[in-house]
Design a protein around this ligand. Structure first.
Ligand code: DGY
Length: 332
């Protein structure tokens, strides 16, 4: 008789690359029939018999959802951020949670650098100018921006992505300073207190995870410390920056521009005042969105699911304490 396969729920109809097909060879794969985050009432009925959940960083996995999934043995996020997962709750229930660090570092750093250039040199405004038929002559002061080369770049949160941005900055002859929990200089950059970074940097790029400590890290006080010519880039999580304070600072030209891949609420409302500001670029959270990288993220997420179902340690576990908290035996 054919052995019953474990049920794995994936929160989307399809994901890039071949990862889901590989998973489907080994499990009973149940796909949510949606291309965006499913509503809780769509997801809950699928979870009753699920042994695995493959989620994205836009899916909230909390106690209420876990209550609907009494047989869950592993949760695997296709993403490095885990602020959508209640890790304490997962650990308490003996469920390991996977994420996908490493593979998206360079792609996300590319996007951060694209935003640094685009916001500093007003590329989106310039493109609109041309498309709107306003390019009828070339005034010498047309769309004047800020130089990126030889500017001082301040990196807030100096993990793998922050360092990858620092490496790119060297090619632009930039001076790089950073602020992070660990006070350590390296060959790319010098550690400075946050206030000094904000006062000194021409460009501030944010790369911290979202935690209770980093929520609202860049607020009205911090924005007031920045130069009027400064550019703020955020490719981490929206709530790290106080969006109302940023909107006011940009509207009043207290800083020069911002480039955001993330916003306080995602998707941002189409009538959000931020979207009316010419000196703000807003992207729909595409930091890791190259085909190759998103495909690798899915592959890693599948590796984590399969390890969890096999009862072995996840290759990338976001709550490793689950193994000690449960005496090495996560939930079966
Ligand atoms: C992540 O992996 O955390 C990114 O923000 C993309 O989803």
């Amino acid at each position: 008789m054919r052995k019953t396969r474990p049920i794995v729920v994936v929160t989307r109809r399809t994901l890039p690359g071949g990862g889901l097909e590989r998973l489907a060879e080994q499990v009973e794969l149940v796909r949510c029939e949606t291309d965006v985050a499913p509503r809780v009432d769509q997801l809950v009925p699928l979870l009753a018999r699920a042994a695995g959940l493959l989620s994205l960083t836009t899916d909230r996995v909390d106690a209420a959802l876990l209550d609907a999934a009494p047989h869950l043995r592993v949760v695997s996020n296709a993403g490095v951020g885990t602020d959508n997962l209640d890790l304490a709750e997962l650990t308490a229930r003996g469920i390991p949670a996977g994420n996908t660090p490493g593979v998206l570092v360079e792609t996300t750093a590319d996007l951060a650098f694209a935003l640094i250039l685009a916001a500093s040199r007003r590329l989106v405004e310039a493109d609109r100018y041309v498309r709107e038929g306003r390019w009828t002559g070339v005034p010498f002061d047309l769309l004047l921006g800020q130089d990126v080369h030889r500017a001082t770049l301040g990196i807030v949160g100096y993990g793998a992505i922050g360092r990858a941005v620092a490496r790119r900055a060297l090619g632009f002859d930039m001076t790089v300073i950073h602020h992070s929990r660990t006070r350590r200089d390296d060959e790319l950059s010098r550690w400075v207190p946050l206030d000094e970074l904000l006062r000194t940097a021409d460009i501030v790029s944010v790369h911290t995870p979202l935690t209770p400590e980093t929520r609202g890290l860049i607020g009205a006080r911090e924005l007031a410390l920045m130069k009027p010519t400064a550019v703020l880039v955020n490719t981490s999580r929206g709530p790290v920056v106080d969006q109302a304070a940023l909107t006011a600072a940009l509207a009043e030209r207290r800083i020069f521009a911002a480039g955001l891949d993330v916003t306080a609420v995602e998707p941002i409302s189409s009538d959000d005042p931020l979207l009316r500001l010419p000196n703000c670029i807003v992207l729909p959270h595409i930091g890791s969105a190259s085909l190759a990288t998103r495909s690798r993220m899915v592959e890693l997420a599948v590796d984590n699911i399969l390890a969890g179902l096999a009862g072995t340690r996840l290759p990338h576990c976001a709550n490793p304490e689950v193994y000690t908290a449960t005496g090495g035996t996560p939930s079966t």
